[in-house]
Design a protein around this ligand. Structure first.
Ligand SMILES: [Zn+2]
Length: 333
């Protein structure tokens, strides 16, 4: 059946997803998003520009004096991971809270993009990835006709940190299995497991918001952090284990683990390429995600670089062929 004839919108989206598999992409037109920074509380605008094949995802911080600092969105550029994921190593020249944008970019299969920002952090929007997904889908995605390379996990890699652990395992697709365990009975033990596609991300993860505890928010405010944090961009949990936001939770009770999974998608996007494998974590966060990714990339025996086979761009992940590219190091600057 020719593309676009007699198909429902979701069939068309699925067809497009398959048709694009194997080729690098960028956005079809520039776009801008304005919001506030969750840490500074100040307005911030990002401009997303299309980029040619091989560019990768590049963040550019525009400084007030007219200079700029540029970062490839790759593991080796990750600095602080205490409150969010930061690119860069000095506060005056870094970019914070990139994970929700990166999750949207990764899930929609965008390989090449320049993201300019006129401040020190990404806009927080509603605390989820929804605004970024909507904005990108409004301009659309362009197929650049150049093959995309993937990182395929070939051996398990595991790290542990106290009661937390994370691991990569070989898998014929891209899968996340994330479990959290909080003392508050409002959250308790929750898990999300599923294959990651643009559709599954949009319907099951993209709207899950950042969450925090009222006592922590007050402490952060007193220390001059999280000045933009509010009920408009966070789910806030009170000392008596209830959700303060009047609108309640999205996704029933497990918005919490869905947001942790969204964060993991954004943090693993810093592999610098789409990955084929399963990522599992228990009681994880940005630091664990960053360290797990570093452990995988430092273990050259545990992954290979692959691309779609020559004659089929709709191949299963296991049919992808290894390419010998010694210079291929998407995670380096
Ligand atoms: Zn988050």
């Amino acid at each position: 059946m020719p593309q676009g004839i007699g198909r429902t919108a979701s069939e068309k989206a699925h067809f497009m997803a398959i048709a694009l598999l194997g080729f690098q992409t960028t956005i079809a037109a520039p776009l801008s998003i304005t919001g506030i920074g969750v840490h500074s509380g100040r307005p911030v605008t990002i401009n997303l520009q299309p980029a040619e094949a091989g560019t990768g995802i590049v963040f550019v911080r525009m400084h007030e004096d007219g200079s700029s600092t540029e970062f490839k969105a790759v593991s080796s550029q990750v600095g602080n991971t205490d409150l969010c994921t930061v690119l860069g190593f000095t506060p005056a020249r870094s970019i914070a809270t990139i994970e929700h944008v990166m999750a949207a970019v990764y899930a929609l299969g965008l390989d090449n993009l320049v993201i300019e920002v006129d401040g020190a952090e990404m806009p927080i929007m509603d605390g989820s990835s929804e605004a970024f997904i909507d904005a990108i889908e409004q301009v659309g995605i362009t197929n650049l006709g150049v093959k995309r390379r993937y990182i395929r996990v070939t051996k398990p890699v595991r790290i542990e940190a106290g009661a937390s652990w994370a691991e990569f395992r070989p898998y014929d697709g891209t899968r996340f299995e994330v479990e959290i365990d909080f003392e508050t009975p409002l959250i308790g033990r929750q898990s999300w497991a599923g294959d990651l596609t643009a559709e599954s991300f949009k319907t099951e993860l993209s709207r899950a918001r950042t969450f925090g505890f009222m006592r922590d928010v007050e402490r952060l405010w007193a220390a001059g952090f999280a000045l933009g944090s509010s009920l408009e961009n966070s789910v806030v949990i009170s000392d008596d284990h209830t959700v303060i936001n009047v609108e309640g939770l999205r996704y029933e009770k497990d918005e919490f683990v869905r947001h942790k999974t969204l964060d993991a998608v954004g943090d693993l996007a810093l592999a610098g390429a789409q990955f084929i494998g399963c990522y599992r974590s228990y009681r994880g966060g940005h630091k664990l995600n960053a360290n797990a990714l570093k452990a995988l990339l430092e273990n050259r025996d545990a992954y290979e670089v692959v691309e779609a086979p020559a004659r089929s761009l709709k191949a299963r992940a296991r049919e992808f062929v290894a390419v010998n590219v010694p210079e291929f190091a998407p995670w380096s600057a």
